[in-house]
Design a protein around this ligand. Sequence first.
Ligand SMILES: *Cc1c(COP(=O)(O)O)cnc(C)c1O
Length: 438
Amino acid sequence: MVIFSPNQQAIANRIDADTAIDRWKDWRWQVKHAVTDISTFERLLGIEFPEDEREALEETIRKFPLRITPYYLSLIDADDYWNDPVFMQCFPQPAELQVEACDMADPLAEDTDSPAPCITHRYPDRVLFLVSNVCAMYCRHCTRKRRVGDVDSIPDEAEILAGIAYIRENPCIRDVLLSGGDPFMLSDSRLDWILTELADIPHVEVVRIGTRTPVVLPYRITEKFTAMLKKHHPLWVNTHFNHPAEITASSREALRRLADAGIPLGNQSVLLAGVNDCPRIMKTLMHKLVQNRVRPYYLYQCDLSEGLAHFRTPVSKGIEIIENLIGHTSGFAVPTYVIDAPGGGGKIPVMPNYLISWSTNKVVLRNYEGVITTYQEPDSYEPVYCDRKCDTCRLQLKLDDADESKAVGIARLLSNDESISLVPENTERFDRRHDDDD
Ligand SMILES: *Cc1c(COP(=O)(O)O)cnc(C)c1O
């Protein structure tokens, strides 16, 4: 028997006293009744904003639209909504309209790094494939805020096929990350079709899907849906919980179904001022995630997208949170804290410093308690210089993957005698060199 919270009862009654509670768990009903305007929000939550505030809110959602499922709305504490982490993530704030000097429409250069429709190809062996522009709820902290609600950028079948063709033509791609929008907002059959097409490409070894439906629309995860997903292993799913208040009976059930379908689950949180910028909140969240078989994957520093300035914390807050996790709790409950490099450099891990010093054969380290310790390095290690000439190496690699011998980036600096440095192109010094060449 389904148990509804008092908030859910109240919201359902206000939507439709006769039928809403019966249809509450129907995900399409939830999508159909998503709140997209301020007055419906007020009516369903039983609150009222002052007239001048409402005007500023209307102006904000004209630029960055509003969308909240009745389910996610029901998690808001109506008596203290201004302090509510769920409210903060779904309800507009006029501060979104303040543009800072550092703000960018597309800070991660996802559009620039796009060689084919719906594809961002940034890393050597994996691509981001944006297959849906639709979300159940519009996160106020969305990094792709520029595109939210933009019907012109909903990928049609031809564009998806062009993306799939790109993946098929590039054998270096072994990992495809479906994102959007939210791929779980596609119909079962459409997602089944995309996953079937990808399964048909021999070099695609794994597919992952990024979705926030377990958080904002858990009823999407039906038994029929997970039965379909199960056909497409190895399939990984990453979701996006930011606060322990989002872990409810319904979201736990959604996670249980995904995990029972054999899908490894990960979580990507975003560090948000006023929502989860607190070591205790974060530790509780991580514990609740692992209890539900979800492995914390990344903790993101908030991006430089336009309209997110009021959510950003200093990097020190993220370091402080990681400092409060490593050693203090299970290793698998600690996410990697990353900054997604503006300009398209990809995710850069940032960590507290544990390596204090280093001499010829001894490292000085500190642990989470502040104990300073040393590790004696071996005297007898015969240095093996890895120049990636695997055919002359004494280690029996027994791998025939020729591609791996090619080193890239910093790994190349370490392995290749000819490369002395990686030089940034946009410096005056570099420009002068070009002039000399002329
Ligand atoms: C995050 C991301 C990936 C996946 O990165 P992982 O570190 O493997 O999770 C791939 N492509 C793009 C463009 C990304 O932003």
